[in-house]
Design a protein around this ligand. Structure first.
Ligand code: UFG
Length: 329
């Protein structure tokens, strides 16, 4: 059985669906502060899924999960806050949840002899890139508390490996996007801060806010590396296999290696929606680097990860999900 923390959230729920579809028993631990109960109800239809509502900040919540489920073999840890701007305003929230909460999880794992974890890290551990595409040897110099919280956990994981033999794979995500290709689940953040869902619902909201057109990039807008959610999740399955086979800790970038500007993403969305997107130009958003693209060679060579989906397919799936959500409202 695999324990998935944050399994009711965007990335976590897609991972749970994949594990269930592969016939693996899953237990989800989620506070439901940001995750969704209806997502759990949907996921239950696809396999053997237990759900425990709890908060990693309460060690007894997570100890209880291991105590009652002695067959947990490994953990995939998604639970965490992930908004850069909020982390700058309220670092306490980020360190308390993302670092202290993770420590509770790791300590409970050690107590119950569970020694393999896949950790959701982020490209934010690199900070302002010195070069792009960024490889895993790039310096680690986060520029906000969110990125710091991810890097601190990576360092804790490295120390816990040396001292206690706890093995981890840290996956440094670039920009996850899209929805499950079968339309079962998708992205549901509240508030939504991510570019693609904001473009897709901009019609409903009046217009899109485009943050910054004065970056040193091809068209002045930020360039990001958008990786399809199903492709991203496949890397988690490979990371679990890597831990089982090699029993070694490591970290991997997860991105496509391609960079797309905000304006290019708007144009692609316009093509898929067959209508123009209205946008207003706003000043730069605090903490946004101009370009973030991944060198994904390591994930390809060591995990045997392959990119299967195109950016158009990702946007198409996100668009289908957006339409489905609207029709269900
Ligand atoms: N953007 C807009 N308008 C919006 C939303 C985003 O112009 O309504 C722009 C942003 O300024 C940025 C680009 O679109 O230039 C991408 O923004 P996202 O918020 O979609 O993605 P980020 O690159 O900021 O965020 C990603 C992850 C976050 C994580 C962050 C860490 O999605 O969860 O990297 O660097 F915190």
């Amino acid at each position: 059985m695999i324990l998935v923390t944050g399994g009711a959230g965007y990335i976590g729920s897609h991972c749970v669906l994949k594990l269930l579809s592969d016939g693996i028993d899953v237990i989800v631990f989620d506070s439901l502060e940001l995750g969704h109960r209806e997502t759990i109800e949907t996921l239950k239809r696809y396999g053997s899924l237990k759900f425990v509502q709890g908060n990693l900040k309460n060690i007894d919540d997570i100890r209880g999960v291991f105590m009652s489920n002695k067959n947990i073999e490994s953990v995939i840890h998604f639970a965490g806050y992930s908004q850069v701007a909020e982390s700058i305003k309220n670092p306490q929230k980020y360190y308390y949840n993302n670092v202290y909460g993770t420590l509770n999880l790791l300590n409970a794992m050690l107590e119950f002899g569970v020694k393999q974890i896949v950790f959701s890290s982020s490209a934010a551990v690199y900070g302002e890139p010195k070069y792009t595409p960024i490889d895993e040897n790039h310096q680690l110099n986060p520029i906000n508390p969110y990125g710091n919280s991810k890097l601190i956990v990576e360092k804790i994981l490295s120390d816990y490996d040396k001292a206690y033999g706890l093995k981890s794979v840290s996956l440094r995500y670039f920009n996850a996007c899209g929805a499950d290709s079968n339309g079962i689940i998708g992205e549901m953040h509240n508030p939504e801060t991510h570019l693609i869902p904001n473009i897709l619902k901009s019609d409903k909201e009046g217009s899109l806010k485009l943050f910054g057109t004065d970056y040193d990039t091809k068209d002045g807008t930020c360039v990001r590396d958008y990786i399809n959610i199903d492709d991203l999740i496949n890397a988690h399955i490979l990371a679990l296999k890597y831990l089982q086979t090699n029993n070694k800790s490591d970290c991997f970038n997860l991105g496509t290696g391609e960079g797309n500007s905000v304006k290019e993403i708007i144009e692609l969305c316009e093509k898929i929606m067959c209508k123009p997107v209205k946008y207003e130009i706003h000043p730069r958003r605090t903490g946004d680097p101009a370009v973030l693209t991944a060198d994904n060679t390591k994930a390809k060579e060591i995990l045997n990860w392959i990119q299967e989906k195109t950016l158009s397919q990702s946007i198409q799936s996100a668009y289908e999900w957006e339409k489905y959500k609207n029709s269900a409202e």
